[in-house]
Design a protein around this ligand. Structure first.
Ligand SMILES: Cc1cc2nc3c(=O)[nH]c(=O)nc-3n(C[C@H](O)[C@H](O)[C@H](O)COP(=O)(O)OP(=O)(O)OC[C@H]3O[C@@H](n4cnc5c(N)ncnc54)[C@H](O)[C@@H]3O)c2cc1C
Length: 736
């Protein structure tokens, strides 16, 4: 706690101490008020201004410091100043006092809470941002919630002071009036319980329902407004229409068919979308060939003779196509038809929120209606408008797979996951690769130590990585393709044979006719979705790359569940998408696999954390395979084993990560991983050793010293430090 917070806490503590020490709480009682009523009234008659000011200041102090007596003060307001002036004085003073208490709680506690429970606080803040005013009004209207608790609790949220003060002032008015009015009858009141009858509490509870009812009505009006001008069909052809047959669309259609809904999936190009045809599947197939080439090139590591890699690029690409063909049946129209999905080959565009026009690939056009529609049209590689780039006929992840000849000198633009995976694969297959990245590091979303290890391997594999280089122009000079890059004020010339552009992806929205239904795209090109994955209309949804924010197959599938279930059953219950445990893997060598917070993100969000590291150079299996490099880094809250995030950099990182993902998802801490038997010698043992590192760092030192003494005493001599279950031996033959 910093000095100013400590000082404030001391001052508040001192005032509260004095108040209670001098029996202040005993002064503010009903009996006291009643017995001194006439004397106080006479004094007020003579000193009205002073009395009102003093009364208001005391009221502010009592509420700001959460001292007992606010109810009596309110009664006193009515008793001494009457209904009107009493109400004005009390409502203003109570709002100021409540706001001060709110600010004090925020100043003292919010940062600490954010550091400890960053994710939870962030979630709460999102809720408050959306519905905070409603919650507050409800809490204020129901007099069963203690006034001071609301002040303190709201101070811990991100609610704006202005909103807090205004809503509090308005929502407290009815209750204040009741008390002030009761105060005007002070003589008749025997106890504060007399003020609130059961009926009164009930009517207040009903009043408290008002904001919730208002929210419901506002929602209804909003829905009506958004659909205004559209004629809803009386009957629908389908329960669900899905546009796009990639990962997101396939999963949406699958779910709908599984729950016996009538569903059609409209795909204009190839079922399976990017992942199968131009993304995950071909890239991983290419990466496998590249790894095989690397193994041959470095066969001496395994006691064999290293051989120069000879192979035909054509046969490598044929293998890639074979792999696609082998996976294809999983996503084929035949399979989906068998599941009960109507698969339509064509391009869809919106006519209304319930109707699509489908331009069939065979030239026919038809209109189809559905209760709900899902947009799952994915994305495509973005090609920046750099002068001369188009003349280079750039490769992208879309057209790369048609390449017949291996580029001798390949220039890769982009140091993100796609650029890095492909740059590394081509380098290992023998291309001379130059990778240009305008940022300071490769894989900028990962921590700097992760990027550094990947860079080290890239350079070892001969990639010429140019960081802080921005491609500004492309030219053909003497028949040779040349890129010009800006680098710290200098111009750098890079000759090449082929350029591969991997600088980001753009959502596919063109041709959907989204303008027709008034849906705008966000500045990054994706469509704006709500937490239930709906677009502007509660029956129109989007998922996958077209919606973002993640661009992974598993993220698309995850979102698709929400879009499909909310699309089919949203009238009864809507589920909000949950991204808390979203893992991903970049398939470079070393692989980079992450789930949850990185160190940089934890710092940015103000989440307190500590780091546990385990070097994969220590792992027997990694050593046996001559792959003993990389590390595991786990973030936990200080002193706790709960996993905030984990990154694995090394061979099989994606597989090792699964254990941390499962643990995070189900709230299992590192102690649970440590207490689980892992077969020897596996890559996954590394997760257990990382957990062991955490345990070792949190060993109870005092207890260990005592144990050491005890064992020494039992042997009759001193001994060296012991290993105990608190510092588990990584020897797998030891006790698990
Ligand atoms: C090189 C590369 C490697 C990748 N590697 C991985 C990886 O290892 N792991 C991972 O998780 N992710 C990876 N991804 C990302 C992954 O491929 C995408 O996140 C995923 O494919 C998104 O699925 P989607 O359904 O949103 O879109 P898509 O798969 O793009 O599917 C959208 C479909 O909609 C169709 N369509 C568009 N407009 C219309 C229309 N108007 N009417 C009818 N049909 C339409 C398109 O033809 C397309 O088939 C990779 C991507 C690339 C490019």
């Amino acid at each position: 706690m910093n000095r100013s917070k400590l000082l404030l806490l001391l001052i508040i503590g001192a005032i509260v101490g004095i108040f209670l020490g001098f029996d202040g709480h005993k002064l503010l009682t009903l009996e006291n008020l009643q017995s001194h009523q006439s004397a106080i009234e006479q004094w007020i008659d003579r000193n009205l201004l002073l009395a009102v000011t003093g009364y208001a200041l005391i009221y502010v102090a009592v509420t700001a410091l959460s001292l007992p007596g606010a109810t009596i003060m309110t009664l006193a307001g009515g008793a001494f100043f009457g209904n009107l002036y009493g109400l004005v004085a009390v409502s203003i003073a109570s709002t100021i006092g409540a706001s001060l208490a709110f600010l004090v709680a925020r100043f003292l506690m919010r940062d600490t809470l954010r550091k400890r429970y960053g994710e939870t606080v962030a979630k709460m803040d999102r809720g408050i941002e959306k519905d905070g005013a409603f919650y507050l009004a409800t809490l204020r209207l129901v007099p069963v919630f203690p006034f001071f608790l609301i002040n303190l609790a709201m101070g811990l949220t991100a609610m704006k002071l202005r909103t807090y003060a205004l809503v509090s002032w308005i929502a407290m008015l009815p209750g204040t009036f009741v008390y002030v009015n009761a105060g005007t009858q002070l003589g008749q009141i025997q106890s504060t319980d007399d003020i609130f009858s059961a009926n009164l509490v009930l009517s207040f509870a009903l009043l408290a329902m008002f904001p919730l009812m208002a929210k419901f009505v506002v929602g209804l009006i909003r829905r009506r407004k958004v659909y205004a001008g559209w004629q809803k069909p009386e009957h629908f052809d389908y329960n669900l229409l899905v546009i796009g047959g990639g990962s997101a669309g396939l999963v949406s259609a699958y779910i709908a068919a599984a729950v016996k809904a009538k569903v059609a999936l409209i795909e204009k190009h190839k079922m399976g979308g990017d992942c199968l045809n131009t993304g995950c599947v071909p890239s991983k197939a290419l990466i496998r060939s590249a790894r095989a080439a690397d193994t041959l090139r470095h066969a001496n590591r395994y006691g064999l003779e290293s051989v120069p890699v000879k192979g035909s690029f054509k046969s490598i690409m044929n293998r890639v196509r074979d792999v696609i063909a082998k996976v294809e049946p999983h996503d084929s129209p035949e399979r989906y038809r068998k599941l009960g999905v109507d698969c339509i080959a064509g391009e869809a565009s919106f006519v209304s929120p319930w109707e699509l026009e489908v331009q069939h690939n065979d030239g026919r056009t038809e209109r189809l209606t559905a209760r709900s529609i899902i947009v799952a049209t994915g994305g495509k590689p973005a090609v920046p408008p750099i002068p001369g780039l188009q003349d280079m006929h750039p490769l992208t992840s879309d057209n790369l797979w048609d390449l017949q000849e291996q580029p001798e000198r390949l220039l890769v633009l982009g140091g993100g996951p796609i650029g890095s995976e492909l740059a590394h694969a081509f380098a290992r297959l023998g291309s001379q690769v130059t990778q240009v990245e305008k940022g300071e590091r490769l894989l900028a979303k990962e921590d700097p130590d992760v990027s550094a290890l990947v860079l080290q391997q890239f350079e070892a594999d001969g990639i010429d990585v140019r960081l802080k280089h921005s491609a500004v122009e492309f030219r053909i000079e003497d028949g040779e393709k040349v890129a010009y890059c800006e680098h710290e004020g200098d111009q750098v010339r890079i000759p090449f044979d082929q350029v591969l552009v991997a600088v980001g992806r753009a959502a596919n929205t063109a041709g959907l006719n989204l303008e027709q239904i008034g849906v705008d795209t966000l500045p990054n090109g994706t469509v704006p979705v709500d937490e239930d994955m709906s677009l502007r209309y509660p029956n129109v949804f989007a998922c996958g790359d077209v919606a973002g924010p993640y661009q992974f197959t598993h993220a698309a599938a995850h979102q698709a569940w929400y879009a499909a279930v909310n699309g089919l059953f949203g009238q009864f219950k809507r589920f909000k998408v949950d991204y808390r445990v979203m893992p991903w893997v970049t398939f470079t060598s070393p692989e980079v696999a992450r789930v949850g917070l990185s160190e940089a993100e934890a710092k940015e969000k103000g989440v307190a954390y500590e780091v546990t590291r385990y070097g994969l150079d220590d792992l027997d299996r990694a050593i046996a395979e001559s792959e003993d490099h990389g590390f595991i880094k786990v973030l936990t809250p200080p002193g706790k084993d709960r996993i905030l995030g984990a990154v694995v950099v090394g061979t099989h990182a994606g597989e090792i990560l699964a254990e941390f993902t499962l643990a995070m998802k189900h709230g299992l801490g590192l102690n649970k991983i440590l207490g689980t038997i892992h077969p020897y010698p596996t890559w996954n043992e590394s997760a257990k050793y990382a957990a062991g590192e955490w345990r070792r760092a949190h060993a109870p030192e005092g207890l260990l010293k005592l144990l050491e003494k005890l064992h020494g005493w039992r042997r009759g001599k001193n001994t060296k430090a012991l290993r105990s279950r608190y510092a588990p031996d990584r020897n797998p033959t030891g006790p698990q």
